[in-house]
Ligand binder design. Structure first.
Ligand SMILES: [Zn+2]
Length: 898
């Protein structure tokens, strides 16, 4: 390490806070040039801490300190010291009142951490450590305080002044006014929020289970106020669900959401005042896709659920982030499953896990869901902490069952309400409420890497047993060469030759059984590195259905042949495994074609995949009017595994062969089944008005999946069908699907149509920021040659700016993450492009810059030529002056690890 490089912080060094802050009184005077923050803090020595004479407070380098006062006396310059990140008070008493006044410049805060400007409004983002950019504080989650906040601003431009809790006083003087907010619940500084602006709002009410009436308000700038009704409905559904499923009632009298255009994350659960990226709260049929609607519902729920899992019970330190995030993601996933199709949600979750978390866990940033160390905590808001964290909570649910899981969560909330705790407290509550032993299960918190589970099965026709030999292994990850065996639930079913579930038996100690209509699933407890399960009463040689519902976040291997996979695709009573069998079949067939291409042989696509798809499509046609048929599930089954996931499954990622092979297989399916695709497309067109209802969403997803195959060869007729949908649609789902297909089409017929469509689309939606984001995304994700030239040109577009995270992500993200053939172009131009963007963003918004980096960090997975090019770009970034800790941590870990 060079001198002056950022240092790592370790979990093992945790110490309780030296002081507690009983009350926090803030006075914030907002101005166009400077903002003044006066903080009056009531400190008492923490009885659990070692006695230290001096007290060090956290603060950012941009705090311009104007006053430091203790118990009403201004301190002399030798009584305290200030550096870039701390204010040290020398020789403090056991109990005292500190008053500080600082000047800050929110309008220059492009990192968007702390208090900043988004358009014409002021807003905050304090998680994880943004509050220290607002005032001197003990900015750590285990310091919880009661807040009273007065906001003072000019009336005309900032008629709305919001903070946490309830508004208790207001007044005005000349052209300025002020509002005082009081939050009766103790909270850590990361949950503080403040908003000031010229905002409109809609209002609703919710009656809680104990009969209290809560006022609900959603605020936006005036041009977006027509896009928040759906979020309001979603909020009410979330509040009801949390009462019914977890027994959790809302606690304040008011709950507010504010939509903000410039925001680093999706949304933030500040107590009583959630702040949302516009992309996670706005929805209107003509501007928002079905996926957008689903995202709004899920994120509104997620942030609301944090009121208990995160706010009432919070984290002791940031290593425990998964305590609130893993649990809350699991809660929002369960909510979405209850609102829509459980299986479709589960497939989406697993696809996300495989696309983002598995690669992370196999790369240089691999970390356990409870990391041991970090340089910059912002880098640990990861798929591992969130999505794998949610899988770990889901495993408690699977191992214990619904009722016992609820007993555990009740105990957790009851015991730790108002506390800042660790993941261990969560596990203890689950154990103690159920008299369960989760000792070995704790490895999920401390070990990184994706476990591999290999299963073989043998049928004994005399004994009527089916024996499963199961092995688990977790590959080495940075800092963890060897792993202990995990305790995990392995949900298993057995199918007879008719495709029905067999009601088999298993040993008591291994078994928890789930029996639904016609479904017989045993949850086996896998604990050993090698373990044998003997299943009895198996009347005939079965086809096993393994890891049903994706019961553990692992990579499972079983030597299925293609006929068995087709059988499971048709018959498995577990919807997730029906989809999974189709994926396995497709992977197998595509990998075969990859091998043919690499060997220079004419590619031959196995007919069986075409027949499997034909069966699925015939079912869609024959049962079109059947309400029980999940069309969204069929659409998912028609989607081949992504190139990224196919790459993930190979030793060395052969980007070009994977792309060519997948196209070959898609082409074969599209050509041979074009008639069926057209029938499915026509059957699922509808003249009815748009509604974001699950059945309608499912119908559109199936229709657009069919259109994608129809556009594969893109003859003239199909191009006009696509143009017709683009021009005639009343909703953004169909409009954007058609636009994407036109843009991606290589055919001569589509060439003129696509340019016209792009221009029309831009002109129509120029004032809708989120739609224009989509316009950038679609172009950046196009797999055709010369996309980088287009992306480069778009960087100069009048609507483009790196300062708005949504816009920056819209252009850079899809090109680098969802466009492998172009990003990995052999010339290295894609790598150079990403490095340039990261270097530029590093000076503007380090957090967003660091997040962009991940595709480059995976350089080890590619051929030597690409490795060299990718590594050179990482080294070029590392050589930059003024590298932020965020970017430094990810780049240095990527190049270091040998
Ligand atoms: Zn969260």
């Amino acid at each position: 390490m060079k001198e002056g490089q950022p240092q790592a912080i370790h979990l093992k060094d945790y110490k309780v806070p030296p002081f507690l802050i009983e009350t926090t009184d803030l006075h914030v005077e907002l101005n166009e040039d400077e903002t003044f923050v006066t903080a009056t803090l009531r400190f008492t020595r923490n009885p659990d801490a070692e006695n230290e004479k001096d007290l060090m407070l956290d603060g950012g380098k941009d705090l311009d300190t104007r006053l430091v006062e203790i118990d009403g006396r201004e301190l002399l310059s030798n009584e305290y010291a200030i550096d870039d990140q701390s204010l040290t008070l020398f020789g403090v008493p056991d109990s005292f009142e500190l008053k500080t006044k600082v000047a800050i410049k929110p309008q220059e805060n492009t990192a968007l951490e702390g208090l900043y400007r988004s358009g014409d409004m002021f807003c905050t983002q304090c998680e994880a450590e943004g509050f220290r950019n607002i005032t001197w504080y003990l900015d750590r989650p285990d310091v919880m305080s009661v807040y009273r906040t007065t906001i003072d601003a000019e009336k005309k431009n900032y008629p709305i002044l919001l903070s946490n809790g309830n508004a208790v006083a207001r007044g005005e003087e000349g052209d300025r006014h002020w509002v005082t907010w009081e939050d009766p619940f103790k909270k850590p500084a990361y949950l503080f929020a403040l908003v000031a602006g010229n905002l409109e709002f809609i209002e609703g009410t919710f009656e809680t289970m104990s009969g209290r009436s809560i006022t609900l308000q959603i605020f936006t700038e005036s041009h977006n106020i027509d896009k928040v009704d759906y979020a309001m409905d979603a909020l009410k559904r979330s509040m009801r669900w949390d009462e019914e499923v977890y027994g959790r009632e809302y606690d304040l009298d008011i709950f507010m959401i504010v939509a903000v255009e410039s925001f680093n994350m999706g949304a933030m659960e500040n107590k009583g005042l959630n702040i949302f990226n516009t992309s996670c709260v706005l929805a209107r049929p003509d501007t928002t896709t079905d996926a957008g609607y689903e995202r709004v519902e899920a994120v509104v729920a997620h942030e609301y659920f944090h009121n208990w899992s995160g706010n009432r019970v919070t984290c002791r330190d940031w290593f425990q982030l998964s305590l609130k995030e893993g649990f809350t993601v699991f809660r929002d996933q369960s909510f979405s499953e209850d609102m829509g199709s459980e299986t479709v949600c589960r497939v989406d979750q697993v696809q996300m896990l495989r696309a983002a978390q598995f690669p992370e866990d196999a790369g240089p940033m691999s970390h356990p869901i409870r990391p041991d160390s970090y340089i910059e905590i912002n880098n640990f808001y990861t798929a591992t902490v969130y999505e794998k964290g949610a899988e770990v909570v889901r495993m408690y649910h699977t191992l214990l069952g619904e009722e016992r899981f609820r007993k555990g969560s009740d105990l957790y909330f009851e015991r730790h309400d108002g506390q800042a705790v660790t993941t261990e407290e969560f596990t203890l509550a689950m154990e103690e409420a159920n008299d369960a032993d989760l000792g070995q299960f704790r490895h999920w918190y401390s070990q990184s890497g994706t476990p591999q589970v290999t299963v073989t099965g043998e049928y004994d026709s005399d004994a009527k047993t089916f024996t499963l030999d199961v092995e688990q292994f977790c590959p080495p990850t940075p800092g963890q060469p060897e792993k202990a065996a995990y305790h995990m639930p392995l949900a298993v079913g057995l199918l007879d030759s008719n495709g029905d579930d067999i009601a088999f038996t298993a040993e008591e100690r291994d078994l928890a059984t789930v029996r639904k209509d016609g479904e017989y699933t045993a949850v086996l407890h896998l604990r050993e590195p090698k373990q044998t399960f003997v299943l009895g009463d198996v009347s005939e040689e079965p086809v096993p259905s393994l890891l049903r519902g994706f019961s553990a976040p692992v990579k499972l291997t079983y030597q299925y042949d293609r006929d068995q996979l087709m059988f499971l695709m048709k018959h498995d009573s577990d919807g997730f495994n029906r989809w999974e069998a189709g994926q396995r079949l497709a992977i197998d067939v595509i990998q075969e074609v990859v091998g043919q291409i690499q060997a220079g042989i004419e590619p031959m696509v196995d007919e069986r995949i075409v027949r499997a798809f034909e069966h699925v499509l015939n079912e869609a046609v024959e049962r079109n009017d059947d309400d029980g048929l999940d069309k969204a599930m069929i659409a998912l089954m028609l989607a081949l595994p992504s190139e990224q996931y196919l790459g993930e499954l190979s030793e060395i990622v052969d980007v070009d062969s994977i792309h060519a092979a997948r196209e070959e297989v898609r082409g074969a399916i599209a050509r041979q089944l074009s008639g069926l695709f057209l029938s499915v497309y026509k059957l699922n067109k509808s003249e009815e008005a748009y509604a974001p209802e699950p059945t309608d969403i499912a119908r559109r997803s199936l229709k657009n999946a069919a259109l994608a195959y129809l556009m594969q060869p893109s003859d003239t007729e199909m191009v006009s069908l696509c143009v017709e949908q683009f021009e005639g649609s009343d909703n953004m789902t169909d409009t954007s699907a058609a636009l994407r297909l036109l843009v991606n089409s290589a055919s001569a017929e589509a060439r003129d149509a696509k340019e016209k469509a792009l221009t029309d689309f831009y002109n129509r939606w120029a004032d809708e920021a989120l739609v224009i984001d989509m316009w950038f995304q679609i172009q950046a994700a196009c797999p055709l040659p010369n996309t980088l030239e287009r992306v480069d040109a778009l960087k100069q577009h009048e609507a483009y700016t790196l300062k708005n995270p949504n816009r920056a992500r819209a252009l850079i993200g899809p090109f680098c993450n969802a466009n492998p053939v172009n990003f990995h172009d052999r010339s290295g131009s894609g790598y150079r492009y990403l490095a340039d963007q990261v270097i530029e963003l590093n000076g503007i918004n380090p957090q967003v810059a660091a997040r962009m980096l991940s595709p480059l960090t995976r350089w080890r997975r590619f051929d030597p030529g690409r490795q060299k090019l990718m590594k050179a770009e990482l080294e070029r970034i590392l050589a930059q002056d003024d590298l932020s800790p965020d970017v430094f941590e990810i780049v240095s870990k990527s190049v270091e690890q040998e």
